[in-house]
Ligand binder design. Structure first.
Ligand code: 3H9
Length: 698
């Protein structure tokens, strides 16, 4: 090995074990081995009265090295061995925490005799968010330190705790200001010379008669809220072992449950999502281009979308100039923004002072000249090419040199928009998802001429305002909406064949999607979707979808006028089945001689999801997404796809690409020569991968 990832040094009478494995000191095999060796050095160092474990760089230890889980198993030494060596040390061992002590990192700290932390530090056992459970003593030591009920809450939620909260629970012994080493050294000096060292594994004082009831209550709560999730229930099983089994047997049970979780598809999906999200931040082909600085932003259009986008920047402390055609539109827009903030204040999630401060960052104008100082302008005008081109022509005149000009178009050709600006290198797409101040996804669209640093700017500012930014290519609908059109079409085909609108939505929800396709259509606006579809039909890209045409012809716009696929009571967003829609569907079937058939939930789910997968494969092949994981992240953060399924592309891999292709071929056969089912023609990439016996898209 080139450099030691853990080193030992003495400072006065304290032996310091430093984990130095950037970026987050994850517990790779080398780090585990290094801690074991450094501990041995410390124990052999006669001058060291106490030992301190700390992390170099930005954090303590952020957990096991998740990448190691993707390999063929965990190499020696086992983290449990290292933890046992720490806990049985005759010299006091103090964990000195800054940044985050997470997962296996916190488990190392729990094996130490004492834990001190800087006041900004956070601790947690987030394994459950990866579909796992703490596998190196966390489920056994934490209940002994903080009590079963508190341990269950932390382990089953995976939530982080601030240092002061952790201290109040008894998880940390001291929290203060200073460097971790200063805190630990002072703490060591305060210890008695011949202490009975506190060992979490031996403690029983926080266990008690109410524990079995706490376990039962936690089990029931999860069974009621998320019965489909595998790991949380296994977390409870492991904590239960802490009260029913001796410590060493509890550890063995915990490890068996850990492997059980590891073998489950949900952990594979969640670990995939963890890495895919981080990979998405890296855009190939940009060389070493750096983002341009953004200190001032302009937003064009003060409707729902523009207002939400303005809020994103104001929330991040960036001044925004909001432009619309007239004062009345602006007043309406600002009114909606103020009401949104006020609702957050009412819920206690924002102070009035913070709301006032954010509102003060948003200024209004009807004059394009007021955008001349903006480093970035985001256009959120009406989704119409002529409108967008007119806006970009104005921007080309008024924006300062080097300003990045972004369009929030959800489907239109970025190159055609860019051409109108006269400076296409500065133009990119920044496609926010509604409501823009809430949804985490940002598609950053690369135009043909977009400069590398303009793309980097959009990616960087996206992250700064708390979005998950994914770079996508310039195609109709980009990644998310391009796939969605076939999903929506398929939903309607299912209804034509015999399913009810509510049954399709229920099947989607039971699959884990946040919302069914019809409820989603009603939220997005049937009129908006119709306009997009009409354009695509006119351009010969798709065939019309009969049912939605009938609904929009009937004046149905969705939630906004209380009439869509569902019926809505005034001021209530609850979708209620609408007999008038059912009658329209019946009439349609009769007119076309279709005898409705019963369609099972599994068929509905497969047809919805595989419609996404098949188009996703085309997108990959065309290079419109860099990686299958990028497509998954678009669906997880933009369309309410469940993280525990990893995204549509990961689901296809977990199901087996050959199985998915067989079903797609079956659906193609069922569609026959129905042009609205043309999307079932299998994607050439999928066919090729299956022919080659490959199991992954990337
Ligand atoms: C566990 O501990 C199991 C044990 O109980 C049992 C064992 C038997 N491993 O997020 P960032 C990488 S399960 C490997 O952008 P931030 C990450 O991929 C683990 N790599 O930074 C990225 O790489 P790149 C329980 C990891 O400052 C880079 O570090 N622990 C790990 O926004 C920077 O990450 C967790 O679940 C890891 N554990 O956030 C903690 N962690 O630069 C998971 C990070 O190549 N980690 N990387 O893209 C986190 O929550 C955040 O990364 C953290 C930093 C808060 C630490």
């Amino acid at each position: 090995m080139d450099r030691r990832v853990v080193h030992y040094a003495r400072q006065g009478d304290v032996g310091v074990i430093t984990v130095d494995s950037p970026p987050v000191n994850a517990l790779s095999q080398a780090v585990r081995q290094g801690i074991g060796q450094a501990l041995a050095e410390g124990l052999a160092d006669a001058t060291a009265k106490a030992l301190v474990i700390l992390g170099a760089g930005r954090t303590f230890i952020a957990g096991a090295d998740i990448a190691e889980f993707l390999g063929s198993g965990l190499a020696e030494p086992d983290l449990n061995e290292i933890n046992a060596a720490i806990e049985s040390s005759p010299k006091p061992v103090i964990a000195a925490i800054h940044g985050t002590a997470l997962g296996g990192g916190l488990e190392v700290a729990l094996a130490c005799h004492y834990r001190v932390a800087t006041s900004e530090a956070q601790v947690g056992l987030p394994e459950v968010k990866l579909g796992l459970l703490p596998g190196a003593g966390g489920t056994q030591r934490l209940p002994r330190l903080v009590g079963v009920a508190k341990a269950l809450a932390l382990i089953t939620s995976g939530d982080f705790l601030a240092a002061t909260q952790a201290q109040a629970l008894g998880l940390l012994d001291h929290v203060g200001s200073g460097t971790p080493l200063e805190l630990a050294t002072a703490f060591a000096a305060s210890l008695p010379d011949t202490p009975p060292l506190p060992r979490a594994s031996l403690r029983t004082d926080r266990l008690g008669p109410g524990d079995a009831a706490a376990v039962a209550a936690a089990r029931q709560k999860l069974a009621d809220s998320t019965p489909w999730l595998h790991a949380p229930q296994r977390c409870i099983d492991a904590v239960e072992a802490a009260i029913t089994l001796p410590f060493s047997d509890g550890l063995a049970r915990e490890r068996a449950l850990f492997w059980d979780c590891m073998a489950h598809d949900q952990s594979k999906a969640l670990i995939h999502a963890f890495f895919a999200e981080r990979a998405a931040a890296k855009v190939a082909g940009l060389g070493d281009a750096k983002p341009r600085p953004v200190a001032q932003v302009g937003v064009i259009g003060s409707g729902t979308m523009g207002g939400g986008i303005a809020m994103c920047f104001a929330n991040a402390g960036i001044p925004v100039t909001l432009l619309d055609m007239d004062k009345a539109a602006l007043d309406r827009g600002i009114g909606i923004i103020a009401r949104n903030y006020a609702a957050t204040v009412a819920k206690g999630r924002l102070t009035q002072a913070a709301m006032d401060q954010r509102l003060s960052l948003i200024t209004q104008t009807t004059d394009y000249a007021d955008l001349s100082a903006a480093d970035l302008v985001v256009e959120a005008a009406y989704e119409d090419m002529a409108v967008k081109q007119a806006v970009f022509a104005r921007l080309g005149d008024v924006a300062k040199p080097g300003a990045v000009l972004a369009s929030n178009t959800s489907t239109l050709d970025i190159d055609a928009i860019a051409a109108a600006s006269g400076r296409p290198a500065d133009v990119v797409g920044m496609h926010f998802f509604s409501p823009a101040n809430v949804m985490k996804l940002l598609e950053v669209v690369r135009g043909r001429d977009s400069a590398a640093d303009a793309i980097q700017t959009a990616m960087a500012i996206g992250r700064k305002i708390g979005k998950v930014a994914v770079a996508v290519g310039n195609c109709d609908g980009f990644v998310g909406n391009r796939m969605l059109q076939y999903y929506a079409t398929e939903a309607q085909r299912l209804v034509i064949e015999g399913a009810s609108v509510a049954a399709v939505d229920q099947a989607a929800r039971r699959y884990g999607l946040a919302m069914g396709p019809f409820a989603m259509g009603d939220m997005a606006g049937l009129d908006v979707m119709q306009a997009i579809r009409d354009r695509r039909v006119a351009e010969g890209k798709i065939y019309g979808t009969a049912l939605s045409d009938l609904l929009t012809a009937d004046g149905r716009k969705g939630q906004k006028n209380g009439r869509g696929w569902y019926h809505y009571e005034p001021g209530d967003r609850t979708p209620r089945p609408d007999p008038a829609v059912a009658a329209m569907v019946d009439a349609y079937r009769q007119q076309h001689g279709i005898t409705p058939r019963a369609i099972g939930e599994e068929e509905i789910q497969k047809r919805l999801v595989y419609a996404l997968v098949n188009e996703g494969a085309r997108i990959l092949e065309e290079g419109m997404a860099q990686r299958p994981g990028d497509i998954d992240i678009v669906y997880l953060y933009g369309y309410g796809f469940p993280a525990w399924r990893g995204g549509p592309m990961k689901q296809a891999e977990l199901t087996g690409l050959a199985n998915v292709l067989a079903d797609i071929n079956r659906f193609a056969q069922m569609a026959g020569d129905d042009p609205t089912g043309a999307h079932w023609s299998p994607a050439p990439l999928l066919v090729r991968l299956v022919a080659e016996g490959r199991e992954r898209f990337g």
